[in-house]
Write a new protein. Structure first.
Length: 390
């Protein structure tokens, strides 16, 4: 092996790069903020067609207004009344692909947010290289995909899969959009991997260059491969309130991982999450995976480490919550699972849970509707009559 190869190998596989050593893609993040998410008013680069962006942003403005009126404002008001004081400012959102906005709505005091899903973050450098025709087409694809997130407040798996390739990757664009919708601006964008012990290894430019030929492949058989480097699988987006340089920084990390037991138990991700200590949690539109026996690892992690959780019916099953010392408070109406292949036993337990409590109004959709299109939500919190550790 020649000297250059040795240096590259050490850079990619040896040591642990710190955040200070990381390649920061803040210029690309700002371009996504301005062009894709329509944030701020900075002049567009000469290489970006202004007419295409102006038309796109006119459409996005309408969607932001609708998102704010129908979801963000009523949800913020709701959570301000039910959320206890002094929750952890660290939030974990399993199955939270693309949905940074809901984390910010649910936990406005969060300072660290981790979303986890099958989707990879995406290459931030392609947007700047799109010509007029490609930009128009890519923005149209993005608007079609983001519609569910802004109008229904969750994204379908199909929309997520579509943006695993192309000039405007889904996770990066969705998270920047969610940040923008809630009034924030980007401060830095870095990419990383998890070491075996769960610590973060930030990628340097040399490491990213070395990984360029290696594509990020699907991490579950039923998913799709990407067309970008595996270096762009996990992202760290730091942001703050737009226009306020003194505002506190919020760190959002999106991690591409299969949360099934075989991939999660004993993994670097499990160790990474455990190192966070007590957390606030949430999930919604999660395909009822937390009901399944083969997702027991992430379910057990939540029950052992969360102090409060907001979810739709795809959250923690009642039997598991009760056994761990939690109580569950229901809102809206639930008469059955939205998906036909959800577990029958847990579905019946959920129906019984809602039927056993007074009907509490819910003025917005939070994840899936039920089988009869009712909106619903539940809060899982420690039972005041029982220590959740016993």
């Amino acid at each position: 092996m020649n000297l250059v190869a040795v240096v590259v190998a050490v850079a990619v596989f040896g040591g642990s790069a710190r955040a200070d050593d990381a390649r920061d893609y803040i210029d690309d993040a700002k371009l996504f903020y301005r062009v894709v998410a329509c944030g701020g008013s900075d002049p567009l680069p000469a290489t970006v067609d202004a007419a295409v962006v102006d038309k796109h942003c006119a459409e996005m403005a309408k969607r932001y207004l609708d998102f704010t009126a129908k979801y963000a404002k009523p949800a913020e008001e709701f959570f301000s009344k039910v959320r206890p004081a002094k929750l952890p400012t660290t939030v974990v959102y399993p199955f939270g692909g693309g949905d940074l906005a809901s984390a910010l709505v649910t936990y406005p005091d969060a300072r660290e947010i981790t979303t986890i899903s099958l989707e990879h973050a995406g290459d931030p450098t392609r947007l700047a290289k799109l010509d007029k025709r490609a930009l128009r087409s890519s923005l149209a694809d993005y608007r079609n995909a983001i519609e569910g997130l802004l109008a229904l407040h969750d994204s379908t798996s199909e929309n997520m899969r579509k943006l695993e390739v192309g000039g405007i990757p889904g996770q990066l664009s969705f998270h920047v959009t969610g940040m923008t919708a809630m009034g924030f601006e980007p401060v830095s964008l870095k990419f990383f991997k998890l070491e075996d012990d769960g610590t973060i290894h930030y990628y340097t430019q040399a490491e990213i260059d070395a990984l360029a030929p290696k594509k990020a492949h699907k991490i579950k058989e039923a998913w799709v491969d990407t067309d970008f480097s595996q270096a762009f699988s996990n992202m760290e987006l730091t942001f703050r309130k737009a226009g306020d340089p003194k505002a506190p920084l919020i760190v959002h990390r999106h991690i591409a991982w299969n949360l099934g037991d075989k991939a999660f138990k004993g993994s670097a991700l499990e160790k990474h999450l455990l190192a966070k200590g007590k957390v606030a949690a949430m999930t919604k539109a999660a395909s009822y995976l937390l009901w399944a026996s083969y997702f027991s690892g992430i379910r057990d992690y939540l029950l052992a480490n969360m102090v409060w959780m907001a979810s739709d019916s795809t959250g923690i099953p009642p039997r598991n919550a009760k056994k761990a010392g939690f109580s569950q408070t229901t809102y809206g109406t639930f008469t059955g699972a939205f998906l036909e292949d959800a577990g029958k036993e847990t579905g019946e337990a959920m129906v019984k849970l809602w039927q056993g409590q007074p009907r509490r109004k819910l003025p917005f959709r939070y994840g899936y509707p039920d089988i009869d299109k009712h909106v619903h939500l539940m809060i899982t919190a420690p039972d005041e009559k029982k220590d959740p550790k016993k």
